[in-house]
Design a protein around this ligand. Structure first.
Ligand SMILES: [Zn+2]
Ligand SMILES: [Zn+2]
Length: 127
């Protein structure tokens, strides 16, 4: 494949852009519900089923080797924002993520009801 040298300016700009902004826009297919998710650089969970994946050590770095699915286990409101709590199915780590505007709010409501139900059923403190 021939590389046309007058395109190099654009390539250099892209490299510069990629170095400056470490947030990755990556598309992925949700391993829980199979939905094709279009990455925005901020998405770290599936907007449809709200499951996540344990891929980050720090948000966005994709350095985690665990790589298992993270289940949405809790949900609470912090100011104007809904915070989703994920627990990794393999290693059990807990992570908190802000719900984004692109997320399926019906699923958020459904999940909040499920969590409320579970809390009512397992009404034992100290566990
Ligand atoms: Zn999903
Ligand atoms: Zn994990």
């Amino acid at each position: 494949m021939a590389v046309v040298f007058w395109d190099l300016g654009g390539i250099m700009e892209n490299i510069y852009f990629m170095k400056k902004f470490t947030k990755k826009k990556e598309n992925f297919v949700c391993e829980h519900c199979g939905r094709a998710v279009e990455g925005t650089g901020y998405t770290n969970h599936c907007p449809k089923c709200l499951w996540s994946k344990h891929v980050d050590v720090n948000p966005g770095d994709r350095l985690e080797k665990c790589d298992d699915l993270m289940k949405p286990v809790d949900l609470y409101k912090e100011g104007q924002n809904w915070i989703l709590v994920h627990r990794c199915e393999k290693c059990g780590i807990i992570k908190r993520n802000r719900i984004s505007t692109g997320d399926d709010f019906d699923e958020v409501i459904r999940l909040s009801q499920e969590i409320a139900d579970r809390k009512t059923k397992n009404n034992c403190h100290g566990g």
